[in-house]
Design a binder for this molecule. Sequence first.
Ligand code: ADP
Length: 159
Amino acid sequence: MKIGIYPGSFDPVTKGHLDIIERSAKMMDMLIVAVLNNNVKSPLFSVEERVNMLNEVTKGLENVKVDSFSGLTVDYARKNKATVIVRGLRAVTDFEYELQMSQTNRIMYSDVDTIFLTTSLEYAYLSSSIVKEVALYGGDVSKFVPACVVREIHKKVNA
Ligand code: ADP
């Protein structure tokens, strides 16, 4: 069974993430979308809220599971018998960091390979940070995130 993980912050999940999830899930038997509980960044949504939104937007995808983890991605991959790490590439600016991470991960765990999916053109500009910025200043984010996420963002911004 080919198991892949798609790790990330997903704060919150965007249509760009969802596109990568749908495309990569077709390539494997099971895809685990794994929310990284990263203490360094200060998130808008808690890990639990991010997991809930991901569960909601992926509920139609049978071989996709949502989870969260702390620590090293390779340790999480090993524990879940995943041999593939999925990442999305938007622009050259993503490349250097992603290359370094994938090489480091392979040195730490040689059974795992990272595959990169290039973004669909309509989402090439899109990031969770941009979505949060637009929402904080009252902009319409419905083109960027699924409808249930729009509602959750509004709740946060109005709170
Ligand atoms: P991280 O903090 O790990 O970068 P993100 O939630 O920002 O977490 O992104 C998770 C993954 O999704 C990364 O590989 C990132 O490059 C990818 N990604 C984010 N936005 C898009 C998008 N619009 N199109 C394609 N890939 C994306």
